[in-house]
Design a protein around this ligand. Sequence first.
Ligand SMILES: N[C@@H](Cc1ccccc1)C(=O)O
Length: 498
Amino acid sequence: MKLPEAQLAVLEAASANEAQPIDEIATETGTNPTTATGAAFALEDEGLLDVIEHTRTTASLTDEGREYADAGLPETRLYEAADGIEGDAEMGPVIGASGLDGPAVDIALSNFARKEYGKIESGTIRIDPEADPDDDPEHAALAALADGESVPDEAVLDRLASRDLVQREETVVREVRLTDDGVTALMEGVEAADTVGQLTSDLLTTGEWRDVEFAEYNVEADAEQVDGGRIHPLRRTAERVKDVLVGMGFEEMDGPHADAEFWINDALFMPQDHPARTHWDQFTLADPPAIDDLPDDLVAGVKRAHLEGVDDGEGYHSPWAEDVARGLTLRGHTTSLSARYLSGEAVGDLEPPQRFFSVEKVYRNDTLDSTHLLEFFQIEGWVMAEDLSVRDLMGTFTEFYAQFGITDLQFKPTYNPYTEPSFELFGEHPTTGELVEIGNSGLFRPEMLDPLGVDCDVMAWGLALERLLMLTHGFEDIRDVHGTLVDLDFLRNAEVVY
Ligand SMILES: N[C@@H](Cc1ccccc1)C(=O)O
């Protein structure tokens, strides 16, 4: 006779004379208890084994029970504290000497009375010298349970359970015993059947399939993990940002990564000697050396704003060279796109109200550190309307960041050549609690808007996408988001909540 391995093991371990708990057989044969139980029932179906079930009530100590097993029952401690005192003793000092306090005092008093350890009258206690708390069966039972021994006295266990010192639980115990058929089978010889994981054409044609044992499906086994391509969490966050802004009524801008300094700097009223316009800050391109297709009237207007100012604002009155404006550089911010759109160059003249945004890459010759990258994504945006104020700006940020669970924004006044007033935005890092700068914003100055032909208010901002991710996902180092050191498990499993 051939049997699957687990069944064979259980059959060989079982006895005809004595019922044996399946758990014991499992330990003995090194079989998993669930497998052994399944095997036992299969053998019972074959008539080789009887499975006998009964329930057993087990007892285990509660925390309080364990404490008393160590320190003694409160009533015993009370008895011992009064032991040796002749006649009635003052209750107060006895309790003090017993070391009992809180609810243990009441427990001690009521059990002292129940066990007739002595007499308690108002304010006094007198022990019965005949009583023998050292021999207390309740304590003996606690001590036995604490030592892992079993306690046969059900009444004591019930009493301890009613005192919440012991927990009683019913468990089903299954035992097996060989039947006569089982004994016969073992005598005639039983061997392990080959288990086959897969039915092959060979097994079918040779008819061997009849004699093999098929492995059971393990429906609980983990499926092999497949790591296909996934969109980077940063990119997914960018998509989420776009969805949120579109939901807030914004339209998306796009435009060149390498652009004339005119759009990146000059149109933003950035003086040509501003430090951010040096090689130390921006990646300037040598070829082509200059951009031809700048709109002449805009160039003239921007030049005038720099040299002489506009109606509502002073100019710089310092040199302004057109060939600097025509130089090509990688954009250090996407405010170049805002300038193109506001000027009418991108999509024609715009009438207020308007809202635009972009989530695009920018490039800066920064020093890499935990909060700076050479390329990162900016969430650019602006709103054009009559009469905008700082409150509108703050309200927009509050609404936007709330979509990402960020509700503790802080604003700090700052300076930008192209906005007045200007504000930096901070959020609190979820794990370090540090304030992280997450953006810069303000109301565009007339010196910028006037040459672009805009005659109403425009509030605008540039927010850092990677910093947003630092706040939503708890990164402490921005380089954990990009580059060779990122955690692959993070890339595979990160959730971007939609
Ligand atoms: N261009 C700014 C952000 C900004 C945009 C628009 C208005 C004000 C600030 C930066 O890169 O930090």
